[in-house]
Design a protein around this ligand. Structure first.
Ligand code: G6P
Length: 427
C-alpha cells in the first residue's frame, strides 16, 4: 500500500498543510507512537486491536468453520462493528463460487422478510455476532431467523455459530443450547475487530484467504514507527487530522473499485465513532469512483473547501476490453479497457481536484486481494488510533450511542415517554 500526500500540502491545496507544519507535526507523531506502542505492549483496551495480526484466534475460527462445513448461504446477524468488517471482507474478497453472505444489520421488517424468503434455509448457516451480547437489533433478528429456520424444519442449533463475549444474553443463549461459539477478543472495540474472530469467521465460511489477510495486516504493523514520513498509516492519520484543524471537516472515502464500496462504510464507522467526541471529529462520507463523479464531484470541486477526498486506486485488476465501435467521437475508447477507463477517470478526477485546490490523498493498492485488503484495513485502524492521539480524544469508546438505546428499550417496555420538545408538524 502506498500513500501519496502531495495534493494535501499547502503548495497545492487550500486548506493544505505547509511542509514545515508537517515536520513539526511529526514530533507529535513520535510521541503518539510511543504512547500507542506502550498501549499495545500492555494489551490496553483499544490499543490491543493492533496486536491482532499476531493474536487473532485463527484456530477457533477454523474449528467453528469446519463444524459448519459447506453451505450455500451465510446469514450474518450483527450490527456496526459486528457486521461491517465481515461485509467488507465478503465484498472485497469472496470468490465467485463462495457461499452468499446475507447481512442482517437492521430491523426493517420488509428487508428482513425479503432476505429470509430468498434463502433456502436448509443450506444456510447463521453467524450471530455481538460483543456485548445485548444489542437489541441483533437479538431480535436472531430470534426471527431462529423461528424461520424452525418453521422450515431446519435444526437451527445445528446451523448456528455464535460470536460473543463471556457474558450477555447471547452467551446465555449459546450456553443454554450448547451452540458452537467463538469468543470476541478482550480489549478490541467492535469497529477495530475485523481482523479478529468477529470478521475472520464469516470470512472463513466464505472461503476468504484469512492467512493472507493477516499477513497483509502484519506487513502494515511492521511499518508503524516514530515518523509519519516512514509510515503510510500514520501519515494518513496525521494528514487527515491536520487538514481537519485547517477546515477540511469531512473526509470523503472514494475507492475506485466496486469491491471496496463496503470498505468505505466500514471506514465511516471507524472514523465517526472513534473521533467524534468532545465536539471534535472529521465527518466520513462514503463515495464510489467513478460512479459518484456523476453525482457528488460537482460539490467536491466547486463547493465549500471543507472536504478532504481520499482516493483508493488499484494497480492490478482483472480487466474487460471495450469492443471497438465505429462511432464518431468514440475513437478514444478504441483499444481501451474498462479498467483503463476507470484508472483514467481516477487520475483525471484527482488532477481536477488538485487544480481546484481541493485537498486529496491517494491510497494505492497492488490489487484487491487478501494481503492488500489486510494491509489497508490495519493501516486505517492505525491511522485512526494515531489521529485519536492527536485530537486528544478517547478513541475506543462510544458513550454517545447509549442514550438512544436506553430510550428505545424504555419505549418498548412502556416505562419511558419521550419529551416531544417543540414539535412543529408540517402537513
Ligand atoms: O457487537 P455489539 O455489542 O452488538 O455492538 C454492535 C455495535 O453497536 C454499538 O451500539 C456501537 O455503536 C458499535 O460500536 C458496535 O459495534
Amino acid at each position: 500500500m502506498d500513500l501519496d500526500v502531495g495534493n494535501a500540502l499547502a503548495a497545492v491545496a487550500e486548506p493544505g498543510v505547509p511542509r514545515d507544519a508537517l515536520e513539526r507535526l511529526d514530533d507529535r507523531v513520535a510521541a503518539a507512537h510511543e504512547r500507542i506502542e506502550r498501549g499495545v505492549a500492555n494489551g490496553e483496551f483499544g490499543y490491543a486491536s493492533l496486536n491482532l495480526p499476531e493474536t487473532a484466534d485463527t484456530a477457533a475460527v477454523e474449528t467453528a468453520a469446519d463444524r459448519i462445513g459447506d453451505v450455500d448461504h451465510v446469514i450474518l446477524v450483527g450490527i456496526g462493528g459486528s457486521a461491517l468488517g465481515a461485509a467488507t471482507l465478503a465484498d472485497a474478497l469472496a470468490g465467485p463460487d463462495a457461499a452468499e453472505l446475507h447481512v442482517l444489520d437492521n430491523v426493517d421488517p420488509a428487508a428482513v422478510e425479503r432476505t429470509l424468503d430468498r434463502i433456502d434455509l436448509a443450506s444456510a448457516a447463521v453467524n450471530v455476532v455481538s460483543q456485548s451480547g445485548t444489542t437489541a437489533e441483533t437479538l431480535a433478528n436472531f430470534l426471527v431467523v431462529r423461528d424461520a429456520m424452525a418453521d422450515a424444519g431446519v435444526d437451527w442449533t445445528d446451523r448456528t455459530v455464535v460470536t460473543t463475549g463471556d457474558a450477555g444474553n447471547l452467551r446465555d443463549l449459546a450456553d443454554a443450547h450448547d451452540l458452537p461459539s467463538v469468543s470476541v477478543p478482550d480489549g478490541v472495540p467492535g469497529r477495530f475487530s475485523v481482523l479478529s474472530t468477529v470478521g475472520l469467521l464469516p470470512a472463513a465460511l466464505l472461503g476468504v484467504d484469512t492467512d493472507g489477510l493477516l499477513a497483509g495486516a502484519s506487513a502494515a504493523r511492521e511499518k508503524l514507527g516514530p515518523s509519519l514520513f516512514d509510515s503510510p498509516a500514520y501519515a494518513y492519520g496525521a494528514l487527515a487530522y491536520a487538514l481537519d484543524v485547517r477546515g477540511a471537516s469531512m473526509d470523503v472515502m472514494m475507492p475506485y473499485a466496486e469491491g471496496l464500496e463496503t470498505f468505505a462504510e466500514w471506514f465511516a464507522q471507524l472514523w465517526a465513532e472513534s473521533l467524534g467526541k468532545d465536539g471534535l471529529g472529521q465527518t466520513p462520507v462514503r463515495a464510489l469512483g467513478a460512479t459518484d463523479q456523476h453525482s457528488q464531484l460537482q460539490l467536491y470541486r466547486a463547493g465549500p473547501h471543507d472536504k478532504l477526498v481520499t482516493f483508493v486506486g488499484v494497480d492490478d485488476r482483472p480487466d474487460v476490453p471495450i469492443p471497438s465501435a465505429d462511432l464518431e467521437g468514440l475513437d478514444y475508447l478504441s483499444g481501451a479497457s474498462l479498467g483503463g477507463l476507470l484508472d483514467a477517470e481516477l487520475d483525471a478526477t484527482e488532477a481536477s481536484l488538485a487544480a481546484a485546490g481541493v485537498p486529496n490523498l491517494r491510497v494505492q493498492l497492488d490489487a484487491v486481494d487478501a494481503e492488500s485488503v489486510g494491509e489497508l484495513l490495519f493501516s486505517m485502524e492505525a491511522a485512526c488510533v494515531l489521529a485519536g492521539e492527536l485530537y486528544g480524544v478517547e478513541t475506543f469508546d462510544q458513550p454517545a450511542v447509549e442514550w438512544g438505546k436506553e430510550a428505545a428499550r424504555g419505549l418498548l417496555r412502556g416505562d419511558r415517554t419521550l419529551d416531544e420538545g417543540d414539535s412543529l408538524e408540517v402537513e
